[in-house]
Every structure is written in structure tokens, then in C-alpha cells.
Design a protein around this ligand. Structure first.
Ligand SMILES: Nc1ncnc2c1ncn2[C@@H]1O[C@H](COP(=O)(O)OP(=O)(O)O)[C@@H](O)[C@H]1O
Ligand code: SF4
Ligand SMILES: [Mg+2]
Length: 351
């Protein structure tokens, strides 16, 4: 094993495939996704609804319900910072086993889009946070409650001593989202996955939550995966960006690559259709058409029906990923792969 852990990514997702075996057929929600997350950095995952972002996140957390869902192939290599950088393939762990439970919530934690679905309405906020702390840090009840109060303070909830005694329904939407963040950070996770953390909130609260996540990342040194269709949030937070379409990563690169030099027609379309900080709303141009149903079997490029540059071969053959520059990769026939050295990251080989 390499001694230089700083240079190694904390998380590497390799050719991940997650399917749902339904009565209507097999939904191939994630069709060979690869990306890596460097320690202390932020990866943004963007794409329209139904592109497989949440299923990717749930796969990393081993939260895919089986049946009908299953990770059918791939690796999720996690370099455990809390275990002397021991590497482990999450896919090989029993989702309900001790090891996975200690990773989930102890080393990798997740903020969900709708806080009410993951907060327990019957328990006080203080009890929920202190239970996590007790479990993962082996502290006494009293000490754990102190940590809970401190965490609420850190996410800038006023009167934390009083708030710990309250139930989720007594809090506003923005405050519940802060509690979720406090809950997710209370065990000082190495990786925080935030799945559309601000979608349900108004713009001012959204900005506050983003600021808060950035501040907490600085304080705790966590790595973050932020999933959102808000490109403004991504441009503000992310070091790297993966653009997903129809269960695949179609473009990957640094935030600068993606925002200044987008190469995939889908990325270009997204940038023109969704508000980015500083761009006027009246010049937005929506991408025509919709994401194909995930149950469809499409042999070629799944963006073909919506693409202004579509060519004959796009419909017949899946475009493999090509490295365009440095770490910047794109899976589109406008960028012909040359030779064997091309990475096969985004297209996911023969799948
Ligand atoms: N439990 C499930 N059963 C069947 N299909 C599912 C299930 N969960 C997600 N899917 C399908 O997987 C695809 C990807 O979903 P998702 O990852 O939630 O998209 P995103 O988060 O990008 O909006 C969608 O077509 C969705 O309908
Ligand atoms: S492969 Fe073809 S259809 Fe797909 S995005 Fe590129 S040019 Fe458009
Ligand atoms: Mg989602």
C-alpha cells in the first residue's frame, strides 16, 4: 500500500452499476459511473432529475433497498481516514453489517433533500444528535448532549440549550436543514454527501446553508459530495464537477474546466438553461426534450434526441470517454478517442 495518503483520493467510485429489478423491467439507474474525490475537496454532481445522482449517493452509503435495488457491479473504494487510511471496497460490505454501520454516519454521512424524512418526529433534536454522538464517540449521555448543543451552536441555531429540547415539527424548514447538517457532522465524518440540500429552501436560507457547509468544511476538513441541479451552488462550492446524464457521467473535470470550457453538448445546454450566479434570468434557454426513461435500452448516446450536433453514429454507438485536457474528460462523439490510452471512465465500457 502507498504511504503517501494525501495524494490518494479518499473515495474512488469505479464503474458503479446499480439496477432496480421491477415488474416493468430492469431500471438501470446507474450504468457505469466512475469518479474520485480528493481528500478535503468538494465534488459537485449535476444533471437533471432522474439521471442517477441520488442512486449513486445511496449506493455509496449502501442504502439501496434490496429488493428491488442492487449494486450489480463496480467498486467504491473508501480510504478510511479514521482507520489509518485502510482501504475498503464498500460494495463488498454487508449493508446491514457492523462495519457498514460504523462507516455510515460515523465516517460518511449524508444530508437528504427533505429533512423531515430523516429526522425522527418523535424524538427531540437533542436526543437525535446525542444518540449519534454516543454511538460513534462512546461518550456518556451528558457529554453527548453537550456535543449536541455545541453542534447546534456551530450551525448557528440561536438558543441551542432550548432548541435541543424541541421536536422537528417545532422548527422552520431552514432550521430543520441546519439540524440535519448538525446531525450529519456530529461524528466528524470524513465525507459528507449532501443530496440537494437546499432545494426546498428559499434563496436567502439556501445561501446561508451553503456558507455554513463551506465554513464547516474548513473547520472539520471533511470532503464533500454536493448533488444539485443548481449550478450556482456548484460553481461556488465545487473543486471538481461530474455531469450525469441517463445514469452515466458524460463530463468530468475541475470546476474551471466545466464552467469555462464545457465540452459536452449536455453540459453546454445545462449552463445555458439554469441560473448561474451573475447571469440574467431572461437569457436562459431551456434544453428541449426530456431525459429518456431509465428503463429504456439506448444503444448509442442517450442525449441524441436533444442534441443540436447529433450525427448518425451517435445513435448507434455509445461514445467512450476521452480525456480532452488534464483531468477533463468527456463522452461525446464530437471528441473522437485516439488510441488505447483513452480512459474509459464516463462511458462505462460496454454497458
Ligand atoms: N426504488 C426504485 N425503484 C425503481 N426505480 C428507481 C428507484 N429509485 C430510483 N429509481 C430510478 O432510477 C433513476 C435515477 O433516479 P435518481 O438517482 O433518484 O435520479 P436523480 O437523483 O438524478 O434525480 C430514475 O429513473 C428513477 O426513477
Ligand atoms: S455523442 Fe453525438 S448526440 Fe451525443 S452529445 Fe455528442 S454529438 Fe450529441
Ligand atoms: Mg435525486
Amino acid at each position: 500500500m502507498q504511504a503517501n495518503n494525501d495524494a490518494e483520493p479518499i473515495l474512488e467510485v469505479r464503474d458503479l452499476q446499480t439496477h432496480f429489478f421491477t415488474e416493468r423491467g430492469v431500471v438501470k439507474a446507474v450504468k457505469g459511473v466512475s469518479f474520485s474525490l480528493a481528500n478535503g475537496q468538494t465534488l459537485g454532481i449535476v444533471g437533471e432529475s432522474g439521471c442517477g445522482k441520488s442512486v449513486t449517493a445511496h449506493s455509496i452509503m449502501q442504502l439501496i433497498k434490496s429488493p428491488p435495488g442492487e449494486i450489480v457491479d463496480g467498486e467504491i473504494v473508501f480510504r478510511r481516514q479514521k482507520r489509518r487510511a485502510e482501504t475498503i471496497d464498500i460494495v463488498k460490505l454487508d449493508p446491514k453489517g457492523v462495519e457498514m454501520r460504523s462507516i455510515r454516519g460515523g465516517e460518511i454521512s449524508m444530508i437528504f433533500q427533505e429533512p423531515m424524512t430523516s429526522l425522527n418526529p418523535l424524538h427531540t433534536v437533542g436526543r437525535q444528535i446525542s444518540e449519534v454522538v454516543e454511538l460513534h464517540q462512546s461518550l456518556s449521555k451528558k457529554e453527548a448532549l453537550k456535543v449536541a448543543i455545541d453542534m447546534l451552536d456551530r450551525v448557528r441555531i440561536a438558543d441551542p440549550q432550548e432548541r435541543v429540547k424541541q421536536y422537528p415539527h417545532q422548527l422552520s424548514g431552514g432550521m430543520r436543514q441546519r439540524v440535519m447538517i448538525a446531525l450529519a457532522l456530529s461524528c466528524n465524518p470524513s465525507i459528507l454527501i449532501a443530496d440537494e440540500p437546499t432545494t426546498a429552501l428559499d434563496v436567502t436560507i439556501q445561501a446561508q446553508i451553503i456558507d455554513l457547509m463551506e465554513q464547516l468544511q474548513e473547520d472539520f476538513g471533511s470532503s464533500i459530495i454536493i448533488i444539485t441541479h443548481n449550478l450556482g451552488v456548484v460553481s461556488q462550492m465545487a473543486d471538481y464537477v461530474a455531469v450525469m446524464y441517463f445514469g452515466r457521467v458524460v463530463e468530468y473535470g475541475t470546476a474551471v474546466d466545466i464552467f469555462r470550457n464545457p465540452q459536452h453538448p449536455y453540459t453546454v445546454g445545462l449552463l445555458q438553461s439554469i441560473p448561474v450566479l451573475g447571469r440574467r434570468k431572461d437569457v436562459l434557454v431551456p434544453i428541449e426534450g426530456i431525459v429518456p426513461n431509465a428503463i429504456a435500452d439506448i444503444p448509442g448516446c442517450a442525449f441524441a434526441d436533444r442534441c443540436p450536433h447529433v450525427m448518425e453514429k451517435c445513435r448507434q454507438h455509445l461514445p467512450p470517454a476521452k480525456t480532452v485536457d488534464g483531468e477533463h474528460q468527456v463522452a461525446c462523439w464530437l471528441h473522437e478517442p485516439v488510441g488505447d490510452s483513452e480512459m474509459d471512465v464516463a462511458a462505462g465500457a460496454a454497458h
